[in-house]
Ligand binder design. Structure first.
Ligand code: PMP
Length: 411
């Protein structure tokens, strides 16, 4: 079982702000001391560029950077050449849309996404389709992505299916393995891109078992530094794609008449990367692995179940919880709206009680539009949250009700 009090001691923010009730890990996770110290270690002891130096501190930085690639590969069961470091999950998805999309997509082809996608896994595909004349199809999934929805949307003309593993709004964990099987039964050559930004911090990911072609995630949501993303892709596809950016580090030979490109993974890592951030990610992976993903998932699901029960006890029909009712389909994310209060008012009042939640459309406007709401309140739970945090959230929401009034109006 997760010992939250012990875990809290690893996160320096709680020393500086002991009363903080942080319920916005979906936006970004807090950082443990060992990650912060690793960044410091780089800047204090070997703040050199990688690959270029034939002196000790550059060799040390290069070794730490490449060791992170090995660790991230082991973390998701991918090969080291298949791990590309980017700036964010957003950049990882853009890389695929640009480097693969522009190579294989044309008029008459289809790209399928879902309604619940974060804009990061929606807009790059939408723009690709608009620019190439391909059909942009959206699975109507206001709660969860089911197999019949996938088999209805995917056809033999679908070249790319881009879907999220865990929705950052609905909290639903989509059945990726089953979706992949269903999609490939219709089109065995379909490329499947999974947005794992909300999965990698919470679930054990095994890219071979999922049998997908690409997954994208961000370091900062999994207690690592900001400014670092990961793209894993199947080697055979990565080798065929266009480069994403051109310049230093990604080349093999450059002449006035011709440039050849570096081997994987460097073909996709042009320029000086976020060296300290990548090195810090190694510590984040080690930290989460030590706790264990079975424990992490169980802990979050328990907190979600408790929060749903408390919300229902206290607010009953006045609160609308987004996403599936079945707790086994959910991770540690709960979005809701009150029929009577605007989410932004709720968010401001919760902040007065030092309860940090996210309000707005959470970069999922198509989903909110389909649900006929402008915004929602999102509370998300992670390893450093406990039932006490849920109780404080509920207490603060009761104050919101007292401040904003008890009248009930329908939407
Ligand atoms: N996909 C999902 C599901 C997300 O929740 C987020 C971040 N909120 C992203 C993609 C984008 O992540 P980043 O901002 O780190 O690129």
């Amino acid at each position: 079982m997760i010992d939250v009090q012990q875990i809290k001691k690893d996160f320096p923010i709680y020393e500086n702000d002991p009363d903080l009730v942080y319920l916005d890990s979906t936006a970004t996770a807090l950082k443990p001391r060992r990650v912060v110290e690793k960044l410091e270690e780089y800047y204090y002891h070997y703040p050199a560029n990688i690959f270029r130096g034939i002196y000790k501190i550059s060799e040390r930085a290069t070794a730490e950077y490449e060791e992170t690639r090995d660790k991230v590969g082991q973390f998701i069961n991918g090969d080291r050449e298949e791990i590309i470091f980017t700036r964010s999950a957003t950049e990882s998805i853009n890389l695929v849309a640009y480097s693969l999309g522009r190579k294989i997509i044309g008029r008459g082809d289809e790209v399928v996404v879902s309604l619940m996608e974060h804009h990061a896994n929606f807009v790059p595909w939408q723009v690709l389709c608009f620019e190439t004349g391909a059909d942009f199809k959206v699975i109507n999934s206001p709660q969860e992505i089911t197999i019949p929805m996938v088999t209805k949307a995917v056809t033999k003309k679908t070249k790319i299916l881009a879907i999220t593993y865990v929705s950052n709004v609905l909290g639903v964990i989509n059945p990726i393995k089953e979706i992949v099987r269903a999609a490939r039964r219709i089109n065995p050559r379909i490329i499947i891109v999974v947005d794992a930004a909300q999965a990698a911090p919470h679930l054990k990911i095994n890219v071979r078992e999922l049998a997908v072609d690409f997954i994208a995630f961000s370091s900062h949501k999994m207690v690592g530094p900001t400014g670092v993303g990961v793209l894993w892709g199947k080697k055979a596809i990565l080798e065929e794609m266009f480069p994403f950016q051109y310049g230093g580090e990604m080349i093999d030979e450059v002449a006035i008449g011709k440039t050849t490109y570096a081997n994987l993974p460097h073909k996709y890592e042009a320029g000086t990367p976020h060296i300290s951030g990548v090195i810090g990610l190694k510590e984040a992976v080690a930290y989460l692995d030590k706790i264990g993903f079975d424990e992490i998932s169980r802990h979050e699901r328990n907190l979600s179940a408790y929060a749903l029960k408390r919300l229902n006890e206290e607010f009953g029909d006045n609160v609308f919880v987004l996403g599936p009712k079945n707790i086994n389909k959910r991770s540690g994310i709960i979005s809701f709206t009150f029929y009577d209060f605007h989410p932004h008012d709720v968010g401001h009042l919760l902040d007065e009680d030092n309860v940090a939640v996210r309000v707005g459309h959470h970069c999922a406007m198509p989903l909110h539009t389909a649900l006929k709401i402008n915004a929602s309140v999102r509370a998300s739970f992670y390893i450093y949250n406990d039932r006490g945090d849920v109780d404080k959230l509920i207490k603060a929401l009761i104050r919101v009700r007292n401040v904003l009034g008890k009248k009930s109006v329908n939407l």
